[in-house]
Design a protein around this ligand. Structure first.
Ligand code: A3D
Length: 320
């Protein structure tokens, strides 16, 4: 059986980390595409030379030619620019929208059967635009954000409760931005609702609020420390989990920016929801019951995504 093919569009910090993880896990052969000349080729050579030490069989090719992504099973998109300190994700809109146009056309022409995972920010708007530009079916284009946001939430909860991160199942809904909605009522530690464990352990509500707030600004905290760019290890790991769910038909329920049409009161938008990922891509969106407060918070988040889409339409008339 031929190996799977993983195409990575954008060979920067996340792209390089994705290539390393995919190779280590022997997920398939890897194509690392970027517009920067020499850089993807150099990274591919460097990463190939990890093979003898780490013991993986995977071909890793760096390229500036979209023809090399032909036949890809999975495409992961990180092309564009990341945030610098003082920037919001939304500040990236104009420049990354034009990048999505080029990438969408590249995918449409060379890998129209792939499962496409977008990471480029501002995520919920960019995944929508990438789907529009590529013309792929909605179930084959998804955004990575919720897996990362819930991993951040889980990390902070594990630190607070001094327990293993393996036992934490943390839940985040909504857009990938300051309006995201970490949902405590659906977050558990070894099956115990976080609110119940907080009572047992004497963790008060204001401390839980601080953890929710730290999760919301978790990306910005890292940007402030790095100073030259944004997080890349955990974003790459998150997208790899989604790619594995697709390639292995795992039917995992993962929080991701999926196309929502009818559920959660949302009509035709990409927004963070629990979604089933299997061999058909996004196979279902799971609609959970929310408290009035959670539903109101989700509405704020959805409104923020809608505002960004309007801005995209203003910038590119083909989207209107
Ligand atoms: P970086 O290391 O700058 O890599 C981006 C790469 O894209 C660079 O190598 C560029 O040369 C390349 N590029 C630019 N334009 C094009 C183009 N038209 N075609 C192909 N390649 C191009 O950034 P990064 O890897 O740190 O981050 C990539 C993106 O992910 C940014 O938009 C970040 O904001 C975003 N990001 C999202 C999350 C989410 O959770 C959604 C988390 C972290 C970063």
């Amino acid at each position: 059986m031929a190996r799977k093919k993983i195409a990575l569009i954008g060979a920067g910090m996340i792209g390089g980390t994705l290539a390393h993880l995919a190779a280590k896990k022997e997920m398939g052969d890897i194509v690392l595409f970027d517009i920067a000349e020499g850089m993807p080729q150099g990274k591919a050579l460097d990463l190939s030379q990890c093979g003898p030490i780490e013991g993986f069989d995977a071909s890793i090719k760096g390229t500036n030619d979209y023809a090399d992504i032909a036949g890809a099973d999975v495409v992961i998109v990180t092309a564009g620019v990341p945030r610098k300190p003082g920037m919001s994700r939304d500040d990236l809109l104009g420049i990354n929208l034009s990048v999505m146009k080029a990438v969408g056309e590249g995918i449409k022409n060379h890998a129209p059967d792939a499962f496409v995972i977008c990471i480029t920010n501002p995520l919920d708007a960019m995944v929508w635009a990438l789907r529009e530009f590529s013309g792929l079916p909605h179930n084959k284009v998804v955004g990575m954000a919720g897996v990362l946001d819930s991993a951040r939430f889980a990390t902070f909860l594990a630190w607070e409760f001094e327990c293993s991160v393996k036992d934490v199942n943390a839940f985040v809904l909504g857009g990938h931005g300051d309006t995201m909605v970490p949902v405590l009522s659906y977050s558990t530690i070894s099956g115990i609702p976080v609110g119940d464990l907080a009572k047992i352990k004497g963790v008060d509500a204001s401390r839980l609020d601080e953890i929710v707030q730290r999760t919301r600004s978790g990306g910005g905290e890292i940007v402030g420390l790095l100073k030259t760019g944004s997080a890349y290890y955990a974003p790459a790991t998150s997208a790899i989990a989604m790619a594995e769910a697709y390639l292995g038909d795992q039917k995992r329920i993962l929080p991701c920016a999926a196309h929502v049409d009818g559920k959660y009161g949302v009509d035709g938008l990409y927004v963070g929801v629990p979604a089933v990922i299997g061999a058909d891509g996004i196979e279902d969106v799971v609609e959970i019951e929310l408290s009035d407060e959670e539903a109101a918070n989700l509405k704020v988040s959805v409104d923020a995504v809608e505002e960004l889409l309007e801005a995209c339409k203003g910038l590119d008339s083909s989207l209107a």
